[in-house]
Design a protein around this ligand. Structure first.
Ligand SMILES: [Mn+2]
Length: 197
């Protein structure tokens, strides 16, 4: 079973997350930031990765630690659930339209984390969430899960649509990349024989 649970407690946040890579898109998300919950729920629903995420963060300071640490924990859980990565498709890509906005996400579960981010927001906040934190969220998840992650918003004017398209594109691309390709059998999809970076 490709399931993993991470518990992560620091002076700033207390987090429990469980993922099932072979799930059905069932989620239970509570970060204390309503808009972030909405985005992680989109990720689960469209990747078909089950996500149970509970965060108690220092929101009296600001949203930074809650946002960053929840992405790290989610990334660690994905990394752990992938195990030795035998048989995975490894690559994923998606164009995700959200009304007038179009997001493009291309990724490689390579073990070499990097985020290339080409998206901008014209509003400082969505709901109560600071829009500058979205890039940081993807940076953190990429780092923790070992994903080469390229994200672009090709166009779009409504900030809610832009970020929702990005999360849905990430979800669709992850669904492809973590899928087991039956033609690969037990092979690790790298000529190096490992996907550790
Ligand atoms: Mn929405």
């Amino acid at each position: 079973m490709r399931i993993a649970t991470i518990a992560r407690t620091t002076a700033e946040t207390d987090i429990a997350v469980t993922v099932n890579l072979d799930g059905t898109g069932t989620y239970e998300v509570s970060t204390g930031i309503g808009f972030l919950d909405h985005m992680v729920e989109q990720f689960s629903r469209h990747s078909l990765i089950d996500v149970a995420l509970r965060v108690r963060g220092d929101l009296h300071v600001d949203q930074h630690h809650t946002c960053e640490d929840s992405a790290i924990a989610l990334g660690q859980a994905i990394h752990q659930a992938l195990g030795d990565k035998k048989g995975i498709a490894r690559y994923g890509e998606a164009h995700a339209p959200m009304d007038e906005a179009l997001a493009r996400v291309a990724l490689d579960i390579s073990g070499r984390p990097i985020l290339v981010w080409n998206a901008m927001f014209t509003q400082p906040r969505l709901g109560e969430m600071d829009t500058e934190l979205f890039e940081h969220w993807f940076q953190s998840v990429s780092q923790a899960a070992g994903i080469t992650l390229h994200i672009a918003c090709l166009y779009g004017s409504n900030n809610h649509h832009v970020i929702e398209g990005i999360y849905k594109g990430f979800a669709r691309a992850m669904r492809q990349a973590v899928a087991i390709d039956p033609r690969k059998g037990d092979a690790i999809p790298s000529t190096k024989g490992q996907l550790g970076g």
